[in-house]
Ligand binder design. Structure first.
Ligand SMILES: Nc1nc2c(ncn2[C@@H]2O[C@H](COP(=O)(O)OP(=O)(O)OP(=O)(O)O)[C@@H](O)[C@H]2O)c(=O)[nH]1
Ligand SMILES: [Mg+2]
Length: 359
């Protein structure tokens, strides 16, 4: 799971990166000039509780990767390296400035989240239109040389996508058949990626996230497919990221907050990509894994290791609560809560899996 943090200059992208990764940018890897990459361990209380029962040598949470890319500007949107980098992301986090700070001028001088949202979306759409134009030109040439239904289909699909984009709508909201969507995904269009909008608000607004998200420009996002909004108060959360865990709850409460912004954002990214979690619980390692919803037991095995997938025999499954109630693996057997499933079994969120395999 790889997310690119995008937005206009000076809106709090690097601040959000620090909040999520608890890294100061100079500590993180540098790729190119203004880009930071960080891996975030995704908190999951279920795994923590399961691990208490199993007491393994190691507990491994699922992870997400966040990339703090350079600001979207006219110039950067023309750099192919910049665009290529964005195309490699699974989703985009768009930080929108709502905070007041005299010391930090806004590129467009005034605070106007609706305008900023539209401008950034327009940039993504334009970049996609560029890709489509190029591809259509090529197709035109190829079709003069060879007659092929496949090329004809692709041309039709791209022309429809172009029309959609020209009406000002992002591809993530376009409808289409599964094969069409899959074919479009092959182009890694920017406006096709799931989008998490993150309004970055003033300290005084920290306790009023609900009200902020209810404002017209953000409420409108709610009904859009594969789009979410989750606000943060950048300066507060950045300060929190430096505190020991024991002090976090109290600090949050003093601002009227109940949960870390990073937790809310991580949850939203998982939901946007429609992922579910399953657990493997061994004496050596207890671990959480993310897989697409609807994945089979065989695919879950493949997420762990291709060898386990190849030599799959059966999967023993048990819901995480039942595992806790049983007090561990030994307890699951007499209680009869363990189910034996085959390759085609569809894994459910929060299940504990023990994959039996040969070799
Ligand atoms: N008051 C206030 N200032 C903030 C907030 N978030 C960020 N800032 C300040 O705004 C400035 C820009 O923040 P960054 O996180 O560096 O913004 P950025 O989007 O990464 O900026 P560029 O990478 O230069 O485009 C810094 O001086 C931050 O301290 C916030 O929530 N409130
Ligand atoms: Mg930055």
């Amino acid at each position: 799971m790889k997310w690119g943090i995008i937005g206009l200059p000076q809106v709090g992208k690097t601040t959000l990166f620090q909040i999520l990764t608890r890294m100061r940018p100079q500590e993180s890897h540098r790729y190119g000039e203004a880009q930071h990459i960080g891996v975030v361990s995704i908190p999951d209380e279920r795994l923590d509780r399961l691990a208490q029962v199993v007491a393994p040598s190691k507990v491994t949470h699922a992870t997400a990767e966040f990339v703090d890319v350079a600001a979207l500007r006219q110039e950067t949107m023309k750099e192919s390296a910049f665009l290529q980098n964005l195309r490699a992301m699974d989703g985009l986090v768009h930080v929108v400035r709502l905070f007041h700070n005299e010391a930090v001028p806004h590129v467009h001088e005034t605070l106007d989240p609706r305008r900023d949202l539209m401008n950034v979306e327009a940039d993504l759409i334009l970049a996609d239109l560029g890709v489509i134009e190029n591809r259509l030109e090529r197709l035109e040439k190829d079709r003069k040389k060879i007659k092929s239904a496949e090329l004809e289909n692709e041309q039709g699909l791209l022309e429809r996508a172009r029309q959609w984009l020209e009406s000002g709508k992002p591809l993530r909201e376009a409808s289409g058949t599964e094969p069409e969507k899959k074919q479009l995904r092959g182009f890694s269009f920017l406006s096709e990626k799931p989008m998490l909008v993150v309004p970055n608000v003033d300290e005084e607004q920290a306790g009023k996230m609900e009200e902020i998200l209810a404002a017209a420009e953000f409420a409108a996002l709610r009904n859009r497919p594969r789009t979410r909004a989750e606000a943060i108060a950048g300066t507060i959360e950045a300060e929190l990221a430096t505190l020991p865990d024991s002090e976090v709850t109290e600090f949050l409460a003093s601002y009227g907050l109940t949960e870390l912004g990073s937790h809310r954002i991580l949850r939203a990214t998982i939901e946007l990509l429609d992922l579910i979690t399953f657990f493997t619980l061994g004496d050596k390692e207890c671990r959480a894994w993310l897989i697409p919803r609807g994945s089979t037991a065989l695919q879950a095995a493949g997420a762990i290791h291709t060898d386990i997938e190849k030599h799959f025999i059966r999967a023993e499954t048990v819901a995480w609560e039942q595992f806790l109630q049983a007090g561990g693996w030994a307890g699951t057997r007499p209680k009869g809560v363990l189910k034996l499933e085959g390759k085609e079994y569809v894994v459910q969120d929060g299940e504990v899996l023990n994959i039996r395999h040969s070799g």
